[in-house]
Design a protein. Structure first.
Length: 136
């Protein structure tokens, strides 16, 4: 959906930029104004695409989480639990000292795909974790 929205926004801004010189609005728009509209459309489209940067990769060595622009790789031994707390918008990795790492690649709005993804991540954690269960 983000890609469709980004392309649509860019097309709309480009059409508006072209129409600025052909439609009488009472204001004289120059080529610089048109270029600025296209660049603005591109920047807005890129902003719409930022949620698509989120990613989670897991293997026998650990889990790699990219939220927006920051990527963090953790060995399974540092992950106490893979959770999706009630009321949370996305999953998270529970770490030591009451810390956690949000996993925005697995979001509540993804519905069944999120359920499948969290199940797969929990299975990998159970298989490769040497931490076992969280200490009491």
């Amino acid at each position: 959906m983000a890609w469709i929205a980004a392309v649509a926004l860019f097309v709309v801004m480009t059409v508006i930029a072209v129409a600025l010189r052909t439609v009488s609005t009472g204001v004289y728009f120059r080529v610089e104004d048109q270029v600025a509209m296209v660049v603005l459309g591109l920047l807005i489209s890129l902003g719409v695409l930022t949620p698509t940067l989120a990613r989670v990769r897991a293997d026998e060595h650990g889990v790699e989480v990219r939220n927006l622009l920051i990527t963090r790789r953790l060995p399974w031994s540092e992950v106490l639990e893979v959770s999706f707390p009630d009321g949370s918008r996305w999953a998270r990795l529970e770490l030591a000292d009451d810390e956690y790492l949000p996993v925005s690649a697995i979001q509540l709005v993804d519905g069944q795909r999120a359920v499948t993804a969290i199940g797969q991540l929990r299975a990998l954690h159970a298989r490769y974790s040497t931490a076992g269960t969280a200490p009491e």
